[in-house]
Design a protein around this ligand. Structure first.
Ligand SMILES: Cc1cc2nc3c(=O)[nH]c(=O)nc-3n(C[C@H](O)[C@H](O)[C@H](O)COP(=O)(O)OP(=O)(O)OC[C@H]3O[C@@H](n4cnc5c(N)ncnc54)[C@H](O)[C@@H]3O)c2cc1C
Length: 393
């Protein structure tokens, strides 16, 4: 067993643990090489919507999305990919993760026809997907979804809106959770596949602190054929929850990638910057900061690895461990990036510098796919199963 991955991007000592197999170690090495070869593309210069599509094509061409069409679920591989891509570029992680999020419900719940229609293109990066659950009045509380799907003779008609949707505007197909039964409540929700060309579907772009394709969706008498229903009628809530449970630990993995990048940059700076006749790194408080960073990186990486490993084994506690990994890794990453900015001093605040970008990019991870407070509620409910948590995104 060899682990010759360069020291940055991944922690090779952690990859050597039995939580990973040899094919994961080989994958990590290939990811590092590919990211280095595509450094300019992953740096993300240009209109984020265009860069996002270009990266998606490159990921598809390289076969990094092939698992969306063929191949078993491999959450350790998914986490390694997110960690590497986040280390090298926010938009690369974004393009990869949203595509996987959009394709997974089709993989797991789609009919043969739906799978044949969408998965090859999503895996090739020629089709772009999005996963639309949240609404302005239903973010954490998925059961409060109000987008109305009314059954007609020909199929369905959608009316209402979705909010804060990644890839809004560039997606070719949206996996949408809508209300098909009496509400409010989790039981009356169903999933639909909505092509972006559907009449009556409108995108309102929303600018955010880390620029990307992002926005609200308005559905105005959007007609859908019967076969647009994904999974069975009434299964929208469990479909959304299962996908989010599986993806939470991957958000932790992305957080780890951002945090490692900030920590590496801060360490290089502290070793190089002259200070009081020595180097910044010689100061006891700075050394202590790096010790704290090291502990947090190790803890986050181990929690992500445990969660991904357990999910791959079909372990009964994977949802709880996924929540633990997301909560810890995203909170720790925010602290690490903040510490790194502090170590850089004023240079860490220069617009569009690496640290300033990381500072903006890390923030949303504590909110999307279940905020930190929602993860706390999920974990607490698992500790005390008699008081179940209703579930939230
Ligand atoms: C960058 C980004 C990308 C996103 N991409 C997508 C996407 O592709 N698809 C999609 O559907 N959505 C997406 N979202 C939306 C995201 O899932 C929601 O923002 C998130 O679920 C929180 O919902 P909210 O913003 O409405 O906040 P709210 O639900 O209003 O929460 C506000 C505050 O209340 C707290 N809170 C809520 N419930 C509880 C609870 N039970 N216990 C304790 N505290 C609680 C929250 O932690 C938070 O601090 C994205 C968001 C961001 C920022």
């Amino acid at each position: 067993m060899t682990t010759t991955t360069p020291p940055s991007t991944f922690d090779t000592r952690l990859l050597a643990l039995p939580l990973y197999d040899d094919h994961h170690r080989a994958l990590a090495r290939r990811l590092v090489t590919w990211c280095a070869e595509h450094r300019d593309l992953l740096a993300g210069d240009g209109r984020p919507e265009d860069v996002g599509r270009d990266i998606l094509r490159a990921l598809g061409d390289a076969g990094w999305l092939a698992f969306l069409d063929q191949g078993p679920d491999d959450h350790r591989a998914l986490c390694l990919a997110r960690e590497a891509l986040a280390y090298h570029g926010d938009l690369a992680d974004f393009a990869f993760s949203i595509q996987a999020l959009a394709a997974t419900p089709i993989r797991r719940f789609g009919t043969d026809d739906q799978r044949r229609r969408y998965l090859p293109g999503l895996a090739a990066g020629t089709l772009c997907g999005a996963f639309a659950v949240s609404e302005e009045s239903a973010g954490s509380d998925v059961a409060a979804i109000g987008l109305d799907a009314c059954e007609t003779e020909a199929g369905w008609v959608l009316n209402g809106g979705k909010a804060w949707i990644a890839n809004a505007g560039i997606a070719d197909v949206y996996t949408v959770i809508a209300r098909t039964g009496p509400g409010p409540g989790a039981l009356g929700l169903s999933a639909f596949l909505v092509p972006a060309t559907t009449p009556g579907l409108r995108v309102e772009p929303v600018p955010v602190i880390a620029p990307r394709a992002f926005g609200h969706l308005a559905f105005d008498d959007c007609p859908l054929p019967r076969e647009a229903l994904l999974g069975r009628r009434g299964a929208g809530f469990p479909i959304a929850m299962e996908v989010l449970d599986r993806f939470r630990m991957t958000v932790g993995a992305a957080a780890l990638g951002f945090a490692r990048r900030a920590a590496d940059a801060a360490l290089a700076r502290a070793r190089d910057r002259p200070m009081l006749g020595g180097k910044l790194f010689d100061l006891p408080t700075v050394r202590a900061a790096f010790a704290d960073i090291e502990v947090k990186l190790d803890a986050a990486a181990l929690l992500v690895a445990r969660s991904a490993w357990e999910t791959d084994q079909g372990g009964p506690r994977h949802a709880r461990h996924s929540a633990v990994a997301k909560l810890y890794a995203t909170e720790a990453a925010q602290e690490i990036v903040d510490r790194a900015v502090q170590i850089f001093g004023a240079a860490g605040l220069v617009r569009d510098s690496l640290l300033e970008r990381l500072y903006r990019q890390i923030r949303s991870l504590r909110i999307y796919e279940g905020s930190s407070e929602v993860q706390q509620a999920v974990i607490a409910a698992a500790i005390d199963p008699n008081r179940t948590h209703r579930g939230a995104s």
